[in-house]
Design a protein around this ligand. Structure first.
Ligand code: IMP
Length: 197
């Protein structure tokens, strides 16, 4: 199945969560180098936009995800704009810096990562959501992971996603939870019996 992404970290995470159950192909592997539009104002809208873009052009079953970091004290920002929070450059360092500055002096540091996966099978569309709650740290901790991982500490843990490492992140993360739902759905409901999770 095509995973509509060129983000190496995401591909590795999702492949690790799925194991041998489904062979994933990235955009690169299907020869798609287009800059796929992500101009919706919701995670659901963006995930669907990306999946539809590929389904309409390649006619193959596919799924796309969109993730946002939703911070309580900022009324849910950066949310759907997480990738471009500090500007159009998709610069994780700058994004984290901006977020730390926006939260400077604020006591409420609660936040959640939310992932929405849009799946298209034989033209039918389905959405799956995964959420992990946590807090935004005062400063970066660890160098693993990607994006906002160094400043996000999931509930029930003492360290950031970056420091906890991939094994733990892949068990409890927003993306893991959404992928588990996708997997369960494919195993139980897919009209195409070739998907077995
Ligand atoms: P995307 O649009 O789903 O690629 O993600 C939006 C933004 O959220 C990007 O800037 C990513 O760096 C960030 N992001 C997505 N997933 C994660 C994650 O698992 N950890 C930290 N940051 C993430």
């Amino acid at each position: 199945m095509i995973f509509v992404t060129n983000n190496r970290h995401k591909l590795e995470e999702v492949s690790a969560i799925l194991g041998d159950s489904i062979e994933l192909k990235s955009l690169k592997e299907i020869g798609c180098t287009d800059d796929i539009p992500e101009t919706a104002d919701t995670l659901e809208g963006n995930a669907l936009m990306k999946a539809r873009y590929i389904y309409e052009r390649y006619g193959q079953d596919c799924f796309a995800d969109d993730t946002g970091l939703e911070v309580d004290a900022l009324d849910g920002a950066p949310g759907v704009y997480s990738a471009r929070y500090a500007g159009p450059g998709h610069d994780s360092e700058a994004n984290m810096q901006k977020l730390l500055e926006e939260l400077d002096g604020k006591n409420d540091r609660h936040a959640q990562f939310r992932t929405v996966i849009a799946l298209i099978i034989k033209g039918e569309e389905f959405l799956f959501e995964g959420v992990v709650k946590g807090t935004i740290l005062e400063e970066r901790e660890g160098e693993g992971g990607f994006g906002y991982d160094p400043i996000f500490r999931p509930e029930g843990y003492d360290h950031s996603f970056a420091l906890l490492g991939n094994d733990i992140k892949n068990r409890i993360s927003h993306r893991a939870r959404a992928v588990e739902k996708l997997c369960k759905f494919l195993a139980e409901h897919s009209p195409c019996s070739s998907y077995k999770c």
